[in-house]
Unconditional design. Structure first.
Length: 377
C-alpha cells in the first residue's frame, strides 16, 4: 500500500474531485464518512453542499480563472458536516484544464484537527480586535516594513531606511480616514505610506526621536498630509516590533492637533501685536503677577529702569499698596541709579477666579508737567 492510501484509509488525508461547472464528482470514502454522506448523496451536487460560503467562493474563483501551470496553492478550506458542524482542512491539488475535455479540480485535503480549533480561536480573537479598533474614536495605524529597517546602524541611516525601504499600511481604522479626510470609497490601507506621511525635515526629526527612545514614545509631533494635500499636525504615541536589530513594524495612535496649533499660533500673534502696542506707549508699563513677581514690561520701562530692575520696582510698588486707578507719586531709582519721582497708577486685572495681576503705569515727573490733580487716567 502506498503512503497516500495508507493515510487516506486512516482518515489522515482525503480526496475530492469537482467538475469545472462546480459539481461534485467524487469524494474519498473516509471523507464521506466524516461529513455524514454517502457517495450517492453527493454525486452531481453543487460544491456549496459541502463547503462553507467563503470556501465555495474561493473554489469558484479558481474554476473561473485556472492557474497556468494547473497547480493550486495551499488552500484553507472549511467543509460542512451534515450535522452542520465545521470541518476545517488544508488543501492543495491540481486544476486540470489543458489536456482534458472538461476542466476538473482535484483536491487533496488534510484535516487540521486541534490546529483548526486554535486557528478558529485566533480568527475569532482577530475579528473581535479588528472590530474594536475600526470602531474606536481614537485613530489607530500600523506600518509594516516589507524591507525591515536595520536599527543597529547610525541614526541617519535608520532615518533613510524608514523613508526609503518598502512599507505599507498594515492597518488604519475608520478614525484615521476622518483625520486625513479621505473620500468615501477610498481604502486607506491601499494608499502609499509616503502619500500621507511624507519625508520632510519635521518628520525626519520625528524618526530621530523614535530612534532615541527605541521606538517607544508618546506625544511625538509629525507633520502629515491630508488627502487634499493640506498639512495635518498630529501627535503620535508609537510602539514597534524589533527583532534581531530589525524594525518589522511600528504602530500607534494619533491625535490631530492642527486646530490647537493654529489657535496657539493665533494667540502668539495676538500677544506679539499687543506687545508692539504696549511698546508704542510712551509711559513705562510693568505687569506684576499675584505673587508680586514682574511678568512683562514694555520698551519704555526698560529705557527708564533697565532690564534687571523689574523685581525691585515691583517690590516697591506692592509694598506701598497703592489704591487702584488713581495717580500717586513714588520715588524710584532710574536706570542710572538716581532717585526719580514718578507718577504711578495701578490697575488690577482678573486673570482667573481669585487670581488678579497688577498693571502699573509709571510716568516720570518732569519740570512743567501737570500736578496729580490735573492728570487723567
Amino acid at each position: 500500500m502506498d503512503s497516500f492510501s495508507c493515510f487516506a484509509d486512516r482518515g489522515l488525508m482525503h480526496a475530492c474531485c469537482i467538475e469545472g461547472d462546480g459539481r461534485l464528482v467524487e469524494l474519498s470514502e473516509p471523507l464521506c464518512n466524516e461529513l455524514g454522506y454517502t457517495a450517492a448523496d453527493i454525486q452531481g451536487c453543487e460544491l456549496e453542499l459541502l463547503f462553507t460560503a467563503d470556501s465555495a467562493r474561493l473554489l469558484r474563483r479558481l474554476l473561473a480563472s485556472p492557474p497556468a501551470d494547473e497547480k493550486l496553492p495551499s488552500l484553507e478550506l472549511t467543509l460542512l458536516r451534515q450535522s452542520e458542524n465545521l470541518y476545517p482542512t488544508l488543501g492543495c491539488g491540481l486544476l486540470e484544464w489543458r489536456n482534458v475535455a472538461k476542466p476538473r479540480l482535484r483536491l487533496v485535503l488534510m484535516p487540521l484537527g486541534a490546529l483548526g480549533h486554535k486557528l478558529g480561536e485566533a480568527k475569532s480573537a482577530n475579528e473581535v480586535m479588528s472590530q474594536m479598533l475600526h470602531s474606536a474614536k481614537v485613530a489607530f495605524w500600523c506600518i509594516e516594513f516589507a524591507e525591515p529597517v536595520d536599527v543597529t546602524l547610525s541614526a541617519d541611516e535608520v532615518v533613510r531606511q524608514v523613508f526609503e525601504n518598502r512599507s505599507y499600511w498594515r492597518m488604519c481604522n475608520r478614525a484615521m480616514t476622518e483625520v486625513y479626510e479621505m473620500p468615501a470609497g477610498v481604502d486607506f490601507s491601499q494608499q502609499p505610506v509616503r502619500l500621507y506621511w511624507p519625508r520632510s525635515p519635521a518628520n525626519e526629526e520625528f524618526v530621530r526621536r523614535l530612534v532615541e527612545t527605541d521606538f517607544c514614545v508618546d506625544g511625538a509631533l509629525s507633520v502629515d498630509r491630508r488627502h487634499d494635500g493640506s498639512p495635518a499636525y498630529v501627535e503620535n504615541d508609537v510602539r514597534a516590533a524589533i527583532h534581531n536589530g530589525r524594525l518589522l513594524r511600528m504602530w500607534g495612535s494619533i491625535r490631530d492637533v492642527s486646530r490647537e496649533l493654529r489657535m496657539q499660533h493665533d494667540a502668539e500673534q495676538r500677544i506679539e501685536s499687543l506687545r508692539r502696542v504696549f511698546d508704542a506707549v510712551p509711559d513705562a508699563v510693568l505687569v506684576i503677577d499675584d505673587h508680586a513677581q514682574p511678568q512683562w514690561r514694555n520698551m519704555a520701562f526698560e529705557g527708564a529702569f533697565g532690564i534687571t530692575q523689574g523685581a525691585s520696582v515691583a517690590a516697591q510698588v506692592v509694598a506701598r499698596a497703592l489704591p487702584e486707578r488713581t495717580w500717586h507719586e513714588l520715588r524710584l531709582p532710574n536706570i542710572s541709579g538716581q532717585g526719580t519721582t514718578y507718577n504711578v497708577r495701578c490697575s488690577n486685572v482678573l486673570m482667573a477666579e481669585g487670581v488678579a495681576w497688577r498693571v502699573v503705569v509709571l510716568r516720570a515727573c518732569e519740570h512743567g508737567r501737570p500736578s496729580l490733580n490735573e492728570m487723567h487716567p
